[in-house]
Design a protein. Structure first.
Ligand SMILES: NC(=O)c1ccc[n+]([C@@H]2O[C@H](COP(=O)([O-])OP(=O)(O)OC[C@H]3O[C@@H](n4cnc5c(N)ncnc54)[C@H](O)[C@@H]3O)[C@@H](O)[C@H]2O)c1
Length: 254
């Protein structure tokens, strides 16, 4: 019996089979979960990728900047499952001007877009799913260590710092619904989102050397395993936490 047997889980953020969310979805199914996916924009691509999972889950559309999508989300999920035990937030975006070393010149409009999609949406998604989580459950988000200023990560780093804070406030306010809220801070992985960061190669070159356990830039499974574990019954008293899945790099001085 898998550790998510009988659990109903919403996974956002599948775009390609390199997406962290794809690995989470695959492992969650292998561990017994029933899934619903959300996709953004390129829905036919997401539906095609969903077919590569052990069982093809339903895919519903969600643009986290679209209030109508959010307001109708619970009803649309409810057409496929009678409730949710877990929600995975694997969503981030920043305009090009907010990344790549242009920190001092990025406009508020571009910063606002990054914060709306990468930070505020953690709260929006959790609240949109709340009517379906009557028996409690777990919310898990994907983070990149925001305790330091990194090369090229710029306003996405600020957005992730906000995400880490949002994680603590959500943990505070959703505890009364018996919902745990935790982040997985993954090391750099070669996904579509990563490829859109100009200068991402700087992370690729240094991370595997800094990480005492080593680091495989194309293996999303370790981060996905942590997400699945956090949604299982094996972290019953953990909330507001950040679990680092980075080969140990965060613990080591440069
Ligand atoms: N790749 C890395 O190095 C890395 C490391 C740590 C954390 N993360 C985080 O993991 C998460 C998933 O990213 P990924 O690396 O798997 O890349 P990805 O490109 O596969 O996933 C990003 C997802 O965000 C979605 N998205 C963008 N704008 C959206 C919107 N308006 N509404 C709804 N969805 C939207 C995209 O459709 C895509 O599915 C992100 O939060 C990212 O910051 C990534």
């Amino acid at each position: 019996m898998g550790i998510l047997q009988g659990k109903r889980i919403l996974v956002s953020g599948v775009l390609t089979d390199a997406s962290i969310a794809f690995s989470v979805a695959k492992l969650a199914q292998q561990e017994g979960a029933t899934l619903v996916l959300t996709g953004f924009g390129r829905m036919s691509l997401v539906e095609r990728i969903a077919k590569r999972l052990p069982e093809t889950p339903p895919v519903i559309e969600l643009d986290v900047q679209n209030n109508e999508h959010l307001d109708t989300l619970a009803d649309r999920i409810g057409e496929h499952v009678d409730g949710l035990d877990g929600v995975v937030h694997s969503i981030a975006f920043a305009p090009q001007s907010a990344l790549g070393g242009n920190f001092l010149n990025t406009t508020w409009e571009d910063v606002a877009t990054a914060m709306h999609i990468s930070t505020y949406s953690y709260k929006s998604l959790a609240v949109a799913c709340l009517p379906l989580m009557k028996e409690g459950g777990a919310v898990v988000g994907l983070d990149f260590d925001a305790s330091k200023a990194w090369p090229v990560y710029d306003w996405m780093g600020v957005a992730k710092a906000g995400l880490e804070s949002c994680n603590r406030y959500l943990a505070r306010d959703l505890a009364k619904h018996n919902i745990r809220v935790n982040l997985v801070a993954a090391g750099p992985l070669r996904t579509m989102a990563a490829k859109s960061i100009p200068g991402f190669k700087e992370f690729e070159d240094s991370w595997p050397e800094r990480a005492p356990l080593g680091w495989d830039l194309s293996d999303t499974v370790p981060a996905a395993k942590a997400c699945v574990a956090l949604m299982s019954d094996w972290f019953p008293a953990t909330t507001g936490e950040i679990v680092h899945v980075d080969g140990g790099a965060h613990a080591i001085g440069a």
